[in-house]
Write a protein that binds this ligand. Structure first.
Ligand SMILES: *Cc1c(COP(=O)(O)O)cnc(C)c1O
Length: 375
C-alpha cells in the first residue's frame, strides 16, 4: 500500500521548459529576466502596482513589517492562531505582537476583538487569511482607517481567492504571499510582497538586498538580510501562474468532494463551504474534531499514518510558543478558540497531484478511524 503524502505539487506545465531556458542562457541568479516578469505577472493578477519577490513567505512578512518602519516600542495586532512567521516578523523588528482569538466557524481572527486591543502604541494590524476563507476585512479596514493604523495582509494561503469579488493580496498597505509547495502556486521556496505604494516598494527592494545604498555600493544605512529570489524560482513560478485558475478550480472540486463524502461522519467539523463574502478555496482540507471526540489532532495524525496517509496538525498558538514564553511574552494570556483549533484541527492530503482514488482511500481511512474512536 503506497503512502499518500499530505501534499504533492503539480509541475507538469511549462516548468521544465522555462527552467531549461535558465540553464541554456546561464541566467540562474536573482538578476535573471524571469524574476521581473514573475513579479509583474503576480502583482497584476492580484491587482497591485508593485511586486517584490523574496526568498520565502516568512521573508516577505519580515520585509513588509520593516518596510512600514515598525520597530521598537510598536505593537502589531494579529491572530493568536497562525504560523510563527507572522509573530517572528514583528519580534525580529523589535516590536510586540498583540494577539486576538479565532472564530470557530471560519478559523480566522475575530474582528470584533481587535478594537479592545488598540493602544497608543499600536501601529498596524496583521490580517492573516487561514486555510481557505478570507478574513472579513471590511470592519477591520474601517477600524484601521479610524485609528490611523497600517494594514498588512498575509495572503500566503490565498492565491486566486477573492473577498467580495476583489483579489486577496490587494487589501491594506502591503500584502505578502508564499510559494512554498503546499500553496496553490509554488516555486519550491519563495515569497512576494505586493503594494500600490511606490516608496514602500522601493524600501522593500532595498530591504530584500542587504540595504545597499544606491549612491555608494557596499555602504549600508540599515541592517537587513539577503532575501533574494532566483531566476530558477521565477521560472517555475511563471509556469505555475499560467495555471492559477485551473488550480483553484481543482482545489475547490477536491474540497467539495471531501465534504460530500465526509459530511455524515460523526465527530467532525468540516470546513465551511462559503461565507457571505467568499467561497472556500481549500488551501488545505482542514478538519476539526468536535467536542464529542476525546482524541486530539496528534492522535489523528498518528492513526492516519498507520493507514498510510499523511496528515498534519493545525498551527500551534503564538501565546503557547515556548520560544516566546521563555522571553516572558504572553504570560497568562489565553485564547480558548485558538487553543481548541490548535489541539483539534488537522488536515488531510489535498495536493494538486492527488487522484480521486487516493481521495477515496483517505475518506475510507478517516471513516474507519472515527468509527473506532467512537466505540
Ligand atoms: C506558509 C505561510 C507563511 C510562510 O511562508 P514560507 O514560504 O513557508 O516562509 C506565512 N503565513 C502563512 C499564513 C502561511 O500559510
Amino acid at each position: 500500500m503506497d503512502f499518500i503524502p499530505v501534499n504533492e505539487p503539480l509541475l507538469n506545465g511549462n516548468e521544465k521548459k522555462y527552467l531549461c531556458e535558465c540553464i541554456d542562457t546561464g541566467w540562474i541568479s536573482s538578476e535573471g529576466p524571469f524574476v521581473k516578469q514573475f513579479e509583474q505577472r503576480m502583482s497584476t493578477t492580484v491587482g497591485r502596482r508593485y511586486g517584490i519577490a523574496v526568498s520565502n513567505g516568512t521573508a516577505a512578512l519580515e520585509v513588509a513589517v520593516r518596510a512600514l518602519e515598525i520597530g521598537e516600542g510598536d505593537e502589531v495586532i494579529m491572530p493568536a492562531f497562525t504560523i510563527i512567521s507572522c509573530a517572528m516578523a514583528v519580534t525580529k523588528a523589535g516590536a510586540v505582537p498583540v494577539l486576538v482569538d479565532s472564530d470557530l466557524a471560519t478559523w480566522n481572527m475575530k474582528a470584533d476583538e481587535i478594537e479592545a486591543k488598540i493602544t497608543p502604541r499600536t501601529r498596524a494590524i496583521l490580517i492573516v487569511h487561514l486555510y481557505g476563507l478570507p478574513v472579513d476585512m471590511e470592519p477591520i479596514l474601517a477600524l484601521a482607517g479610524r485609528y490611523g493604523l497600517k494594514v498588512i495582509e498575509d495572503a500566503a494561503e490565498m492565491h486566486g481567492q477573492t473577498y467580495q469579488g476583489r483579489p486577496c493580496g490587494s487589501f491594506g498597505h502591503i500584502s505578502t504571499f508564499s510559494f512554498y509547495p503546499n500553496k496553490h502556486i509554488t516555486t519550491g521556496e519563495g515569497g512576494m510582497v505586493v503594494t500600490d505604494d511606490e516608496q514602500l516598494a522601493e524600501r522593500c527592494r532595498m530591504l530584500r538586498n542587504l540595504c545597499f545604498r544606491k549612491d555608494v555600493r557596499y555602504v549600508h544605512d540599515e541592517i537587513s538580510d539577503n532575501y533574494r529570489f532566483t531566476n530558477l524560482q521565477a521560472a517555475v513560478g511563471l509556469a505555475q501562474l499560467e495555471r492559477l485558475d485551473e488550480f483553484v478550480k481543482r482545489k475547490r472540486e477536491m474540497g467539495k468532494y471531501y465534504t460530500e463524502r465526509l459530511q455524515d461522519v460523526e465527530g467532525l467539523i468540516l470546513p465551511m463551504e462559503k461565507t457571505a463574502y467568499a467561497d472556500n478555496i481549500y488551501w488545505v482540507y482542514g478538519i476539526v474534531l468536535d467536542k464529542s471526540v476525546h482524541a486530539d489532532n496528534r492522535t489523528m495524525q498518528k492513526l492516519l499514518a498507520e493507514e498510510g496517509i499523511g496528515a498534519r496538525t493545525f498551527f500551534w498558538c503564538m501565546h503557547e510558543q515556548p520560544a516566546y514564553r521563555k522571553q516572558g511574552l504572553f504570560a497568562d494570556e489565553t485564547y480558548p478558540n485558538a487553543e481548541y483549533l490548535a489541539r483539534k484541527g488537522f488536515y488531510i492530503p489535498s495536493g494538486l497531484a492527488l487522484t480521486k482514488e487516493q481521495m477515496d482511500r483517505v475518506v475510507m481511512a478517516v471513516m474507519k478511524i472515527m468509527g473506532n474512536l467512537r466505540k
